[in-house]
Design a protein around this ligand. Structure first.
Ligand code: ZN
Length: 542
């Protein structure tokens, strides 16, 4: 098995997972196929829906006496693609126990020619006490040691499940121990219940606790995630593989999945989808069909919707727009938005692990965007690596007024030339402070923002200015320039407060009074008078 990553955005990546039955591009969804009942035959999934991989349950196959002769799972399911087999852990979670030993599960998966195998772990679940969770982690690690000794086929990619439930410290410990045992793929076990209850903030904590403690070069699987509305969120946190029976479970209950949430076939008037199932039907027609046909229709649509969403996510990664996509998708449900906000807690990790520059610009929407890695990295570098010009004692903080890089650059060039004692800096949402020397750099130059920031963004801008002033102590005064917008005046008042606390002189100036600035700031010194030129002109001359 090999895994090669070709593109990255946030913590998401596009990769190629090579198995003994071929290559799989990730992120990828492996639909759960019940070995006994199949609404969509696996070969139809492969040929018509473009499903390159699926997951089935080795435990369920092994338990049926008529299946004792199964020697090749690909022939048994009539599926030429990649087949992963689960070990029965899900059955433990649902029914308490399984009648197979951890060693038998390994041998059985090897004997049926699986491509991706899972050791028999002991799932924690979401309701376990800390003591019980600790026990499941310990037992899963013990079984991992046993399994590693029992594995004879290295051509199968083996999955190391990470347990610990909703306790991030246990998840982190479990991940570290699994990493020591060098599995081909790491997987977060038992988040199904967490997802069923829409506990997306907990899910974010769990995924990141696991992800940060396993090698980033290995694929990361999220067990039981099957609703397309949360794929982008999970991919942005570093998940490469999903498996789920949601497409069929929802279909049986008359539910129609979309990347924005779930609809009920019973209430629908239109199909907002262009998949081959939806293309030729209306909700009325589908409702009039026999129940089994209805379920098959919904299963096919649901699976198509999942696969389409994966393609949308891959395109977003390739474009460098994964963050923009998760901001849209997280508006699909308040809990998902809460999950996105939980990233605040992990934003520093995300900023360090995510690509620091990109070809595309950055769309800033509102304070939710303050956690995006490009912005967090900018702030960290400004505080850590930047020092104010040595001679500067006065900062003139001016608005960079226009939307769009070109507009902004030309507008901010219209600048007063003050001399060395004055340092011109710019502000615009979400950047509280951008020294003018950095105005042509990423990400400031490439950020599109709304003219009117929300309250959270204004607060973050004021805080950035405060942190900057605390670090760069040589300024004696701050001149805050505004263009008469109420949010700018509000930001100015916050800066005034900071200046008072720090003992700096503060003054407010409307843009129209800009030409008076040199005299007001520096006194009536001859050498600073009449030097109002644009940078553009200055550049032309030089
Ligand atoms: Zn459809």
């Amino acid at each position: 098995m090999s895994f090669e990553i070709s593109r990255r955005d946030v913590l998401g990546r596009i990769g190629i997972l090579e198995t003994k039955s071929g290559k799989l591009e990730t992120p990828a969804l492996l639909p759960v196929v019940n070995p006994l009942v199949q609404e969509i035959p696996p070969h139809v999934m492969f040929e018509r829906l473009g499903c390159k991989a699926l997951i089935t349950n080795a435990y369920l196959i092994s338990r049926r006496s008529e299946n004792t002769g199964v020697t090749n799972i690909h022939d048994f399911l009539d599926f030429p693609g990649i087949i992963a087999t689960d070990s029965g852990a899900y059955q433990i979670l649902r029914y308490g126990e399984v009648e197979i030993s951890p060693l038998e599960v390994i041998r059985y998966q090897e004997s049926i020619q699986t491509d991706i195998g899972v050791i028999l772990d002991l799932p924690t679940g979401s309701r376990a006490s800390k003591a019980r969770a600790t026990e499941t982690v310990r037992e899963t690690i013990r079984r991992a040691d046993e399994a590693k000794k029992a594995i004879t086929r290295r051509d199968i990619a083996w999955v190391g499940p990470i347990q610990g439930g909703t306790f991030p410290d246990l998840v982190a410990h479990s991940a570290r121990e699994m990493a020591k045992r060098e599995f081909d793929i790491y997987a977060l076990g038992s988040p199904t219940e967490v997802m069923e209850q829409y506990l997306f903030p907990d899910l974010a904590d769990m995924i990141l606790a696991a992800k940060t403690n396993v090698p980033s070069s290995a694929p990361f699987h999220l067990f039981g995630a099957g609703h397309p509305f949360m794929f982008a969120f999970a991919v942005a946190l570093g998940c490469d593989l999903f498996d789920s029976a949601a497409y069929i479970l929802y279909a049986r209950r008359g539910r129609y999945l979309t990347n924005a949430g779930t609809l009920h076939l019973e209430d629908m008037e239109y199909f907002p989808c262009g998949c081959s199932a939806c293309d030729n039907s209306t909700p009325d027609q589908v409702r009039s069909r026999p129940p089994t046909d209805r379920t098959r229709f919904l299963a096919e649509h649901n699976l198509s919707a999942c696969l389409q969403e994966i393609e949308t996510i891959k395109e977003a990664i390739a474009e460098g727009r994964l963050w923009e996509l998760i901001e849209v998708r997280c508006r699909g449900h308040p809990s998902l938005l809460e999950g996105l906000r939980r990233i605040e807690k992990h934003k520093s990790h995300l900023a360090h692990a995510a690509p620091s520059t990109k070809r595309k610009g950055v769309f800033f929407f509102d304070s939710t965007s303050l956690q995006r890695p490009e912005y967090v990295t900018y702030l960290e570098r400004l505080v850590r690596d930047y020092e104010q010009p040595k001679a500067a004692t006065t900062m003139v903080l001016m608005p960079a007024t226009r939307r769009g890089p070109k507009d902004r650059a030309s507008k901010s060039m219209e600048r007063v030339e003050f001399g060395q004692k004055v340092h011109v800096c710019l502000y615009c949402p979400p950047y509280g402070i951008v020294p003018s020397e950095l105005e042509d750099t990423f990400p400031f130059m490439h950020t599109e923002f709304p003219e009117q920031p929300d309250a959270g963004t204004i607060k973050a801008m004021a805080e950035a200015i405060r942190i900057y002033l605390v670090k760069n102590k040589a300024y004696q005064s701050l001149v805050f320039v505004h263009s008469n917008k109420s949010w700018q005046k509000r930001l100015g008042r916050m800066c005034a407060h900071t200046c008072r606390e720090m003992g700096l002189k503060f003054s407010f100036h409307g843009r129209h009074k800009l030409s008076n600035l040199p005299i007001e700031i520096l006194g009536n010194q001859e050498r600073y008078r009449d030097k109002i030129v644009t940078n553009k002109l200055a550049r032309k001359k030089s």
